[in-house]
Design a protein around this ligand. Structure first.
Ligand code: ASP
Ligand code: MG
Length: 428
């Protein structure tokens, strides 16, 4: 007997037919005498629909023609959290109709306590004293993902994609033996299979690699959920909910690097179109200038990602290029224009037709030549690199968005990711 957390995303609970199917997968696990807690997302498209309602109303202006403003995040949370309330109740009914004992749990009922940051709350604590015994008595817990409750008793949500984090946190709190994240793909791939037809499903991937891939644009898992799994050394399996109960469905195990089995330098290629590039021309080349730029961005609540500076020694001026999220571009430009006098640059340029393409692999720590292979592969295709950023286990480049597919395919080929690498000599 094991204690299992199963999480189902929006496409897995998109309609009653899919919910009945999910009930069959849950029943299969419960049948073996396992204790099962299920975490569900809202039906696919539902959260977007709710967000759009909030945005539309928020844009209303009173008759005088100016907005009175005022924060609405608390109400935003109570509205968008409703999608998960519906699916948790529906799945509980589907399970009861199969003769199983099940009930829905909302965030405040568990309670899953969060901090006060509405719309992007972090989990502070999960109380297991009610849900734990309920599981032990043979009840299936169907938990509404994405939502929690804060210290003032208001509903909070964990940021888009947050039900992955609900599932991992619940698995940690319940000391679960397994945390299975069911989705509409059958695992983590070496790159997006829609771009590279020969992309390969990975049997295992290290937490750190998954963390980089998730934050660099691979959308399968919310970044924070991977972080949480890594910090608690809780392996998570990513697998498809489209298979039938009882099918062999290996998925991808996201685990500690010692448990990965393949010997490889690069594990995957990720891309993100959610980038915009800003260049400040002829910035004074003296200490503190970059700090001023970063402060202007931080004050505008914009996070800066890649940064490069080119200096011309002859006239003591520098050009500074950096990237921000596409959504933040207008904000960032407004803040920079406002601070132009203080920062002291001559002109400002921006481009949102850019993509960040990255190669990721823990093997980079101990192998050289990855950068060379990467830049040669891009050069061979005539792709110009605008900005470069590296960490111990990744290299990212910013390129013209037009070349996204070409670059992803070229890199996937260059690192031979379509081929299964040899197994580690000391594979567990
Ligand atoms: N329903 C929420 C969203 O669409 C949370 C989730 O699906 O993980 O972002
Ligand atoms: Mg998701």
């Amino acid at each position: 007997m094991a204690r299992i957390v199963m999480k189902f995303g929006g496409t897995s609970v998109a309609n009653l037919e899919r919910i009945r199917h999910v009930a069959s997968l849950v029943a299969e696990e419960a049948k073996g005498g396992n204790e099962v807690a299920v975490v569900v997302s809202a039906m696919s498209g539902e959260t977007n629909r709710l967000v759009a309602l909030v945005d539309e109303l928020d844009a209303d202006t009173p008759e005088q023609g100016h907005r009175l403003g005022g924060a609405i995040e608390d109400e935003y949370d109570s509205i968008v959290a409703s999608g998960e309330q519906v699916t948790s109740g529906l799945l509980a009914i589907a399970l009861r109709r199969r003769g199983l004992k099940a009930r829905s749990w909302l965030g405040w009922q568990i309670p899953l306590k969060t901090d006060m940051a509405h719309s992007k709350a972090r989990i502070a604590e999960i109380e297991s004293s009610a849900i734990g015994p309920s599981l032990s008595e043979g009840n299936i817990a169907v938990v509404a993902g994405f939502q929690g409750v804060n210290d003032t008793g208001r509903i909070s949500t964990l940021g888009r994609g947050g039900s992955d984090t609900s599932a991992v946190a619940l698995a940690v709190a319940l000391k679960a033996d397994r945390c299975d994240i069911y989705t509409d793909v059958d695992g983590i791939y070496t790159t997006d299979p829609r771009i590279a037809k020969d992309a390969r499903r990975l049997n295992r991937i290290a937490f750190e690699e998954m963390l980089e891939l998730a934050s660099l644009g691979a959308k399968v898992l919310q970044t924070r959920s991977v972080e949480l799994a890594m910090n608690n050394n809780l392996p998570i399996r990513v697998l498809t909910s489209m298979s039938e109960a009882g099918d062999h469905n290996p998925g991808t195990l996201v685990c500690h690097e010692d448990e990965t089995m393949e010997e490889r330098v690069v594990s995957g290629v990720a891309y993100s179109r959610d980038e915009a590039q800003i260049t400040l021309l002829r910035l004074k080349d003296k200490p503190g200038m970059v700090a001023k730029v970063c402060k202007a961005m931080a004050d505008a609540n914009v996070s800066v990602d890649m940064i490069v500076q080119g200096i011309s020694r002859s006239d003591n001026a520098a050009n500074l290029t950096f990237t921000v999220g596409k959504r933040d571009l207008d904000n960032a430009l407004a803040a920079l224009e406002k601070a132009q006098g203080e920062i002291g640059f001559e002109a400002l340029k921006s481009d949102s037709d850019v993509t960040k393409v990255s190669v990721v692999g823990i093997g980079m720590r101990s192998h050289t030549g990855v950068a060379q292979t990467m830049f040669e592969a891009l050069a061979d295709k005539g792709i110009n690199v605008e900005v470069i950023a590296t960490s111990e286990i990744k290299i990212s480049v910013l390129i013209d968005a037009e070349y996204t597919e070409l670059a992803v395919r070229a890199l996937h080929n260059a690192f031979e990711l379509h081929e299964a690498p040899p197994l580690k000599v000391s594979a567990p």
